[in-house]
Design a protein around this ligand. Structure first.
Ligand code: ZN
Ligand code: ZN
Ligand code: ZN
Length: 140
């Protein structure tokens, strides 16, 4: 399993609590979660796990490249399992739901920046807000 390999390659062991945190992320792929949300579900798998352990596991997973931080322009940091697939999220301003968007044309903009400036872009963020299909204004 990928997690075992990544952990052991860096001298970390699998623990029931780390497994619980990773399983929660993996079972909720495509749904960025706050540490507090991870904690609630991880407790079902590893009773006794605390928020500090969840945070440490999440940071470790990010460092190992099996999870990533999701930039949602909200106060708290969100995490998700790292699928290696670049994507963004569209956020409904009415119900708060988040929909994954796989298309990203920012590389075209990065080409323009490369051609026209001396700036080296290494990452980008893209915030998209609006209405999901159930919340479209005017919908009965
Ligand atoms: Zn909505
Ligand atoms: Zn992008
Ligand atoms: Zn941003």
């Amino acid at each position: 399993m990928e997690l075992s390999r990544r952990l052991s390659s860096r001298g970390y062991r699998r623990t029931r609590q780390r497994d619980a945190v990773f399983d929660v992320l993996a079972e909720n792929a495509g749904r960025p979660m706050k540490a507090e949300e991870v904690l609630v579900l991880a407790k079902e798998k590893a009773p006794g796990i605390g928020i500090a352990t969840v945070y440490r596991a999440l940071e470790l997973f990010v460092e190992l490249g099996v999870a990533q931080q999701v930039h949602l322009h909200e106060r708290s940091q969100h995490y998700e399992v790292d699928t290696g697939h670049h994507h963004h999220y569209m956020v409904c301003v009415s119900c708060g739901s988040r929909e994954q968007l796989d298309a990203c044309t920012m590389d075209k903009l990065e080409d323009v920046i490369k051609d026209e400036t001396d700036f080296l872009v290494t990452s980008h963020c893209l915030g998209l807000w609006g209405y999901c299909s159930s919340c479209l204004p005017g919908k009965a």
